[in-house]
Design a protein around this ligand. Structure first.
Ligand code: ZN
Length: 359
């Protein structure tokens, strides 16, 4: 950290682990704005998790000081690699880059046609956290597809034989979620097959491995609806995005395979992988890693699937998700809001069902 200034005055700050606390010259009251300039340098960890340099490819995730959510206090948690321990609100971004050579650029902003460049300026609106990848053009092949009003740009390793397959499945899943859950209001979604298995606004990291395409590629695309376009605190309530994402993945895959159930094999495998917790709404640090996956990616999607199986099946589930998405788009949903929405949506008292898996 070189300096933090406001109107050229140096500000005092404290950097503790993953938390940067800046002391403003005057208190910031609700509705007021203050501009702060932060000057820093960053070295990317070679072969790191998420924020990484892999040979001549640079994956910038969580690479700048991100403004935390304020909800009765700053929502800042210790880093926990089993899930997402950061939470950020929606913001507008302008990012200018200058690189020592030409790279393919894939970011949370609309990047346009995939052509290598060494400098430029990108702007994007309503982005939760800004991700950027600078890719060595020699290492990648690209497919570009259009679905609705959105361009899908698919990057797979140059030697890979699954470019077409990845692009086809991406379009199928994306179109299904747009049609059944709701419109995707952005011009571009990028997919990078770097085995990152991770979601960011308007860009996802997906498998290189053909066998994992169905389960993981589709899951990461579904996250655009649950995590990005409907937001939540992923540390206290990871189920709000992960379980709804895995549930949506199961709905798509069942439709894709041509029945009501076969898309939920992945959730079944998660559930059977370890003893599940009774409650899904434990904080990340209250879960053992295997119990976290078994519960949040396995048990909850299957519980919800069972609930809808008695109330109109997968079609009714999609209608529910569409209304939920319409209600909460670009908002941060709390557990309480989800419970109230769920109660209002269905006739009859749903407390017993909700209490069986939420504290
Ligand atoms: Zn996920």
């Amino acid at each position: 950290m070189n300096s933090i200034t406001s109107s050229e005055d140096e500000l005092r700050y404290e950097l503790n682990g993953g938390s940067l606390f800046i002391e403003l010259e005057s208190d910031l009251t609700p509705g007021e704005q203050q501009a702060v300039t932060i000057e820093y340098t960053l070295t990317l960890p070679e072969n790191g998790i998420r924020l990484a340099q892999v040979e001549n490819n640079y994956y910038l995730a969580h690479w700048y000081p991100m403004l935390a959510e304020y909800d009765g206090g700053w929502q800042v948690n210790d880093y926990d690699p089993k899930g997402e321990s950061y939470e950020t609100g929606y913001g507008d971004y302008t990012v200018t880059y200058q690189l020592p050579e030409d790279y393919l650029i894939a970011t949370s902003a609309p990047d346009g046609p995939a052509e290598a460049s060494s400098s430029g300026t990108l702007t994007g609106e309503a982005i939760k956290d800004f991700y950027a990848a600078f890719l060595d053009p020699a290492d990648w092949q690209v497919a570009e597809r259009t679905s609705g009003n959105t361009e899908l740009r698919v990057f797979v390793p140059a030697e890979s034989e699954i470019l077409e397959e990845t692009a086809e499945l991406s379009v199928e899943a994306f179109a299904y979620f747009e049609e059944n859950i709701g419109d995707y209001p952005f011009a571009e979604l990028d997919l990078i097959a770097n085995d990152g298995y991770m979601e960011y606004p308007n860009i996802v990291e997906v498998p290189m491995d053909e066998e994992l395409l169905d389960s993981i590629l589709v899951h990461e695309i579904a996250h655009q609806w649950f995590y990005y376009l409907v937001a939540n605190d992923p540390y206290e309530n990871a189920w709000l995005d992960e379980s709804l994402t895995e549930f949506s993945t199961g709905l798509f895959l069942s439709d894709y395979y041509g029945d009501e159930d076969s898309g939920f094999q992945n959730a079944k495998a998660y559930e059977e992988s370890y003893e599940t917790e009774t409650y899904a709404d434990l904080a990340l640090d209250e879960f053992d890693t295997p119990a976290y996956y078994a519960t949040v990616y396995g048990k909850v999607p299957l519980l919800v699937k069972g609930f809808f199986d008695e109330r109109g099946g997968n079609e009714a589930a999609l209608e529910f998700l569409a209304v939920y998405y319409g209600e909460f788009q670009f908002q941060r949903v709390t557990k309480q809001q989800f419970r109230e929405f769920f109660e209002t949506y269905f006739e009859g008292d749903q407390q017993a069902f909700l209490d069986s898996w939420l504290q």
